[in-house]
Ligand binder design. Sequence first.
Ligand SMILES: NC(=O)c1ccc[n+]([C@@H]2O[C@H](COP(=O)([O-])OP(=O)(O)OC[C@H]3O[C@@H](n4cnc5c(N)ncnc54)[C@H](O)[C@@H]3O)[C@@H](O)[C@H]2O)c1
Ligand SMILES: O=C(O)C[C@H](O)C(=O)O
Ligand SMILES: [Mn+2]
Length: 574
Amino acid sequence: MTRRELPLTDHYDVKRGEDGHRYIVPLIRGFNLTRIPLLNKGTAFTAEERELLGLDGLLAPQVDSLEVLVERLYGDYSKLDDPMRRHTFLRNLQDRNEVQFYALLSRHVEEMLPIVYTPTVGEAVKRFSQIYRYPRGLTISTQNVARARQALANVPLNDVRIIVATDSSAILGIGDQGFGGMAISIGKLSLYTVAGGVGPDKTLPVELDVGTGRQDLRDDPHYLGVKHERLTGEAYLQFVDTFVEATLERYPKAIIQWEDFSKDAAFEVLHRYRRVVPSFNDDIQGTGAVVLAGVLNACRVKGERLAEQVVVVHGAGAGGAGVAAAIREGMRREGLDDAAISARVFVLDSRGLLTDDRDMEPYKRELATPRELAAGWSGTDLLSVIRDAKATVLLGLSGQGGIFSEEMVRAAAANTERPMVFPLSNPTANTEALPEDILRWTDGKALVATGSPFAPVTQAGQTYEIGQGNNAFIFPGLGFGAILARVREITDGMVTAAAYALAAYTEAHHPTRLYPPVAELSKASVEVAVAVIRQALADGVATEFEVRRLSGEELRAFVERKFWQPKHLPFRLE
Ligand SMILES: NC(=O)c1ccc[n+]([C@@H]2O[C@H](COP(=O)([O-])OP(=O)(O)OC[C@H]3O[C@@H](n4cnc5c(N)ncnc54)[C@H](O)[C@@H]3O)[C@@H](O)[C@H]2O)c1
Ligand SMILES: O=C(O)C[C@H](O)C(=O)O
Ligand SMILES: [Mn+2]
C-alpha cells in the first residue's frame, strides 16, 4: 500500500483488534508524534508507548489520565478573563492535541460554545491574521487555484466526510472578512465534532480566498489573505467549479456545507452544486430549519397553529429568505395554499416590504407580497407592516443591531396576547433588540429567542430562559445524518425533517421552551440525524445499505454508536 492509499492519514492508520477495540498504528515515531494534533497524547502517552514510540525521556515523568489532563486545562482556561484569550487558548489546544480539545469542550459545552463559536468567533474572524499560528484546513486562493488538485493532495487526511467552505463575503452580520472567514469554517466544524459526532479526522475547514472588497484589509501589511478585489461573475464561478471538481476527486464521500456566502452568491452556489455534490447552504437552509422549529414550539406554547400566525421577516438575504421559505413550507404542511401563505408571510429588505411590483433579485420574487394586499396600508416600512399586516411573529435577520424599536415590539404585542420576537442576527452587537428590553416592553408576554447566546432575564420576580435560535441546532445533525446515510443529495425534505425533529425533541424534553439548552446540543443532534436518515431513505437518496436495514430504535442506537467520542486510543506497532 502506498502512503497516498492509506485509509486515514499520512501519519497513521486506525485498526480494530481482535478484542473489538480500535488502536492506532503510527507511521512516524518520536518527537514528531507530539507535533501531530490528531496523534499527540502529551503526558497521557503510557510508559509502554513512550518506550515503543521513541518518546522516552522527552516527556514529563508523570503519566496523566485524560480526566486529570482536562481538569488541569480547565483550571488554566478559567484563569483567563477575556473571551478572545479563551478562544486562542482553545484554538491553540486544538492545534496541539485534538482529543484533549474535544474532551475539554464536550465537558463544558454550554460555557465554551460562545468562545469557540458565536459570538466570540466573530471577533476571531476579524483578528484571524493576528492570531494565526499553525496551518489548519485548506486554503484555495487565487494564487493556488490553478493547482487545486495538488493543494488537496497535500491535506493529510484521506477520508474527509464533511467540509465547511466559506468565501467570507458575509460572515455573520459583520460582512466581508477576506481570509479571516477561515475561523468560521473551523468553528462550525468544531461543532460537527462535539455536537454532531463526526470525528475530527473526517472534517476539513476550507477558505475560498477570492480576494476582498475591503480596501483597509488590502492595505494592511499584517493581513494574510490575497490582496486584490473579489473575483465576481464567471471568474468567481470558475474558481468555485475548480474547487468542487478537485474536492470530488480527492474526497468522493464528502459533503459540503456552504457558509456565509453573501446573498449575491449564496443561492447560485447552492443550486449550481447541490446535485453535483451532496451539499447545503447553512445560512439559507440550516437557519430556515432552526427558526421553523422555534416558531412551531412557540405556537405550541401559545396553544395555536403556525397557519394562524402572521409572520414578518426583517432581512431578505441568505438567512431571511431561507427562514421565509421554511415558514412557508410549514404553513403548507398545515394546509394553506400559496395565496393564503402570501397573505401571512411578509419579507422586508433594506428598501422595505418586498412587493411584486418591485424590481428585485430572482430569489426574492417568490417571497414577495402581492401589491394589492398592501394597498390600504400606511406604508411598507417595518413599523407599518407590523401594524397593518397584524404581525404576530417578528423575525430579525437583517444584521441591523437595535433595529427592533420599542414602538415596533409594542405594535406586535397589540396584535396578539403573546408575540414572538426573535432577534436572530449575530454576533451580539448585531442583535435586533435585547431580550430584556423585549420582555420589559411586553410585560414578560413576548416569546423570545436570539441568534447569539443571552443570559436568562429576570423581571417582576420571574425568570425567562432565552432560547438560542441558531443553526447550530441543525447543521451538525443534518450533516451527520447525511454522512451516515451516504446520501447522493441533501433534499429539501431532509432539511424540513431536521426542523420537525428539533421541535419534537424540545417538546418532549422541555415543553415550555422554544429551544433546548445548549448543553443538550449533541442529544438534539442525534434526533436530528435520525430524522434526516429516515427522510433520506424515504426520498431515495440514501446509498448506505446498513441504514436501510435498520428501523426505529435500531437507527437511533446506530447513530449513537457512530458518534465520535474524545478518547486517547492505544498505540500499537505492527
Ligand atoms: N441565528 C442564526 O442561526 C442565523 C443564521 C444565518 C444568519 N443570521 C444572521 O442574519 C444576518 C444576515 O445574514 P445573511 O447571511 O442573511 O446575510 P446577507 O448578506 O445574505 O443578507 C443581509 C440582508 O440584510 C438585509 N438588510 C440589510 N440592511 C437592512 C435594513 N436596514 N433593513 C432591512 N434589511 C436590511 C438585506 O435584505 C440583506 O439582503 C446576520 O447578522 C447573521 O448573523 C443568523
Ligand atoms: O454562525 C452563526 O452563529 C449562525 C449563522 O450561521 C450566522 O451566520 O449568523
Ligand atoms: Mn452563517
